[in-house]
Ligand binder design. Structure first.
Ligand SMILES: [Zn+2]
Length: 336
């Protein structure tokens, strides 16, 4: 941090979406998260461009702290609207997977940040489950992994040492015995595979290779549960058995939503978004498989030619092809 007392982060990389401006409540707690990966501040920013999530701070493995949502705004991190409205969310990078562990530098500055926030917002001395909570307290998730497990005691002890020092205006002694970075905990932590599967379905573990990498040794067991959950849901058939053509038609019919929502839902159900979208575009006669290369004018002219039909059908087909109906219609009106 540039200034712990004033909560000035090393770097401000403020999101423009996936948070709520302002707050419906008063800050009374801190919620801790882990990345389930070793992300940088920029890495978090990139993920939150498409994932509908955010947190106020990210602490990197080298201890560098970034602010991504201002404290006065509501970040989407706890999976609980009331908790989001009344908390500050801090993400921590994992420098070790299987089991997840944060680095000494990340622990030191994460704990220091907790202390600084408790002081600044007058939340009192940091205490676990009193003013500092794990994400898993509010949602079915394994987050924040070791921070609520093997590293919790060290993290909270350090947060209290920093709080005591900061309220007296000094600096605490260095931690007595920093943990060895690669040391494994004596007992294997138990993993809640069911909670992991729910997190996968919510999109917290990405897709494809990224999902495989982040789930590590739990991948097969977790994906088995994910598939069971889809098979047992109210869906008429197991989604993975439908052909790309069938899914594309469902997309055109509006069954899979639009934009980021469509991508997330298709990927969560095990489909390749680009593959499906290409078929959708082909079926709709879109000029190119990449909507970004088609200008608004191209689409507006296609609408005027009658390629997109009229009324509700036009809206549905324009949105199914990934365009904003209102922007297209406004341009159509101008051209006419
Ligand atoms: Zn979390």
């Amino acid at each position: 941090m540039k200034n712990w007392d004033l909560l000035e982060a090393d770097e401000n990389l403020i999101l423009t979406k996936h948070f709520t401006p302002g707050r419906a409540g008063t800050i009374n707690k801190i919620v801790l998260h882990h990345n389930a990966g070793n992300l940088t501040i920029q890495g978090c920013y990139n993920v939150w461009q498409y994932r509908e999530a955010s947190a106020h701070y990210q602490v990197q493995s080298d201890g560098r702290v970034g602010q991504l949502v201002w404290d006065c705004d509501t970040a989407w991190h706890a999976g609980d609207a009331n908790a989001n409205a009344t908390s500050i969310g801090i993400e921590h990078a994992d420098h070790h997977a299987n089991p997840w562990l944060i680095s000494d530098e990340c622990l030191e500055n994460g704990a220091h940040l907790v202390a600084a926030l408790c002081k600044y917002y007058k939340l009192g001395r940091p205490q676990w489950m009193k003013n500092v909570f794990p994400h898993s307290y509010f949602s079915a998730t394994e987050c924040p992994a070791s921070i609520a497990g093997s590293q919790n005691a060290a993290y909270m002890k350090r947060a209290q040492e920093w709080y005591d020092a900061m309220t007296k205006g000094n600096t605490p002694a260095k931690p007595a015995a920093p943990s060895k970075p690669a040391s494994k905990p004596a007992s294997k932590p138990t993993t809640n595979l069911n909670a992991l599967a729910d997190a996968v379905i919510r999109g917290e573990y990405g897709n494809g290779d990224e999902r495989r990498r982040r789930l590590g040794g739990n991948y097969d067991a977790v994906m088995k549960i994910v598939n069971q959950k889809f098979g047992a849901s109210s869906a008429p058939a197991r989604p993975a058995k439908k052909s790309v053509d069938t899914i594309a038609q469902e997309v055109i019919n509006g069954a899979w939503g639009n934009g980021d929502d469509r991508r997330r839902r298709l990927e969560a159900a095990g489909y390749n978004f680009n593959e499906v979208q290409n078929v959708v575009n082909r079926k709709l006669g879109a000029a190119s498989a990449r909507p970004s290369r088609v200008t608004l004018d191209d689409v507006a002219r296609a609408v005027i030619r009658g390629d997109y039909g009229n009324g509700d059908e036009r809206r549905r087909r324009i949105e199914a092809a990934g365009y904003n109906y209102n922007s297209v219609q406004a341009r159509v009106n101008q051209l006419l």
